[in-house]
Write a protein that binds this ligand. Structure first.
Ligand SMILES: [Zn+2]
Ligand SMILES: [Zn+2]
Length: 96
């Protein structure tokens, strides 16, 4: 495998814009339009842990974030969801 680095930054930005466009900016969490962030349907850490591509567009959906709160329900869905799922502890916990 020739995994080239440099997939971040510019590419991610394009992927994000693509996802927002494809889904019409509809937040997958609350179902309202106006989402400006992109959220991972399956948590990123989980994908990385299983060796899958965390930037796979099929795993990305628009969501409201701290900078683009929903005008309808007023929440930053991205963060609400994150707080609710509250990952217990990263695997391979180290003694700090
Ligand atoms: Zn939302
Ligand atoms: Zn909403």
């Amino acid at each position: 495998m020739g995994a080239h680095a440099g997939r971040k930054g510019r590419t991610w930005r394009r992927v994000r814009e693509r996802v927002l466009t494809d889904h019409g900016g509809i937040c997958w969490i609350c179902g309202h339009p106006g989402a400006g962030s992109v959220d991972h349907v399956i948590p990123r850490v989980h994908l990385l842990a299983t060796g899958r591509d965390p930037e796979d567009p099929s795993n990305l959906r628009p969501a409201h974030g701290a900078l683009s709160r929903c005008e309808t329900c007023g929440q930053a869905c991205n963060e609400v969801k994150g707080a609710r799922e509250h990952v217990p502890r990263a695997q391979g916990s180290r003694a700090w």
